[in-house]
Design a binder for this molecule. Structure first.
Ligand SMILES: [Fe+2]
Length: 389
């Protein structure tokens, strides 16, 4: 007798099982084969961000429970503009942020970084995310630029700002998180360009040089007056890992500051999903799947679960196929039902191009998503979403 329960309904003595459900279908499902011994164990699982479990009552010490898990989740802040309305402003903000990133990464080499413009950059990012986060997020992932390093500074700032806001941090803390994201890789400006931009795997010696960048960035930021403590920690700790396998100080668990942990997740998400000279970017869906697997290994599982919840399991820009064979690009997320975003359909079931049409999968009898299609020929997400030009 197997039942699906909310974690808040779980009791000591119940035997939970791994039903083998794909994570994208149930991203907040805690799956394991074990008996729950105490309330503390239950609290620990809840604290990691999980929401539901499957219980086998034939193997439990408790009587069967009649509860079930409703298909609900916390809605994030509601956008005040559509993505199309926000796109022109977001493009401008993204370009200005990139120009500043280019400038401070150059200036730091001559020791004359001017941190003043950073405040406007982060405030503009905060305003755009408030109006509609999908516009800046899509630009960050899909726009092609000449320098990955500059783009990465801006993208991590966008993701970290959004993450702090999503977690309910006060405005001042959201601002500091954005600033910390913007400056997290400052030390890379002091790494020789032939190593920094090498379009290949680094040798062990080169990698040792590259691993100096958190210390170098921290050192530079310490010389600037009034830089917030979280910005210093973000630069120093964003490559530390939950299991202690990171650098430069092999910190682990709660020894890593929350800002270091948050930037660490945003950093890996952007690095995996961005296109580089020597590699294709992974689909956002695939990237979130990888992050999810790294929970409690390289990252705090509670933070990863929240990060996945923030972006949705099919982030805007994901190329998907529906069960009726139609294909398109996710153009708007759905906070209530993350598996049912709005999809801009561009190919019919026979693969024939059709005029773009938006289908809200949460409405009526719409066919659900059957799979993600990384790199599907004939579908260019940036063009479909109107991000080019
Ligand atoms: Fe880094």
């Amino acid at each position: 007798m197997i039942r699906n329960l909310r974690l808040t309904d779980l009791k000591p003595g119940m035997f939970i099982i791994d039903p083998g459900i794909e994570w994208t279908t149930r991203p907040y499902l805690y799956a394991a084969n074990r008996r729950i011994r105490s309330e503390t164990e239950i609290r620990e699982i809840i604290d990691q961000g999980y929401q539901e479990v499957y219980v086998d009552f034939a193997r439990s010490d408790t009587p069967p429970f009649s509860g079930h898990f409703p298909d609900q989740r916390d809605a994030g802040p509601q956008p005040t503009a559509t993505m199309a309305e926000e796109l022109p402003a977001a493009k401008k903000i993204h370009d200005q942020s990139l120009s500043y990133a280019r400038k401070f990464m150059t200036d730091i080499r001559s020791g004359k970084l001017d941190p003043a413009p950073a405040a406007t950059v982060v405030e503009d990012i905060m305003d755009s995310l408030e109006r509609n986060p999908d516009a800046l997020l899509s630009l960050g992932r899909l726009q092609r630029v000449d320098s990955y390093t500059h783009m990465h500074c801006v993208n991590v700032s966008i993701l970290t700002t959004l993450f702090a806001r999503f977690l309910g941090a006060p405005q001042a803390e959201v601002f500091t998180a954005g600033l910390a994201g913007l400056f997290h890789d400052l030390g890379k400006a002091l790494i020789p360009l032939e190593i920094l931009n090498a379009p290949r795997k680094l040798s062990p010696e080169e990698f040792a040089v590259m691993r100096q960048h958190p210390l170098l960035g921290h050192e530079q930021l310490c010389q600037i007056s009034a830089i917030p403590e979280d910005v210093l920690k973000g630069a120093l700790e964003h490559h530390e890992k939950y299991n202690g396998s990171g650098y430069p100080h092999s910190l682990s668990g709660s020894g890593i500051s929350p800002i270091g942990a948050k930037i660490g997740i945003a950093d890996v998400y952007d690095a995996l999903s961005s296109e580089r000279v020597y590699k294709k970017g992974l689909s956002p869906h695939k990237t979130l799947g990888i992050l999810y697997q790294l929970g409690n290994k390289e990252f705090d599982a509670a933070f990863v679960a929240q990060f996945v919840r923030m972006l949705g399991i099919y982030p805007v820009g994901s190329v998907v196929e529906l069960e009726d064979g139609w294909k398109g690009v996710v153009c708007a997320g759905n906070n209530e039902s993350p598996a049912k975003p709005t999809v801009r359909l561009v190919l019919d079931a026979c693969g024939k191009p059709v005029p773009p049409q938006d289908r809200n999968l949460a409405a009526g009898e719409a066919a659900p998503i059957s799979k993600c299609l990384p790199d599907f020929p004939g579908i260019q997400p940036a063009r479909v979403l109107g991000l080019e030009g």
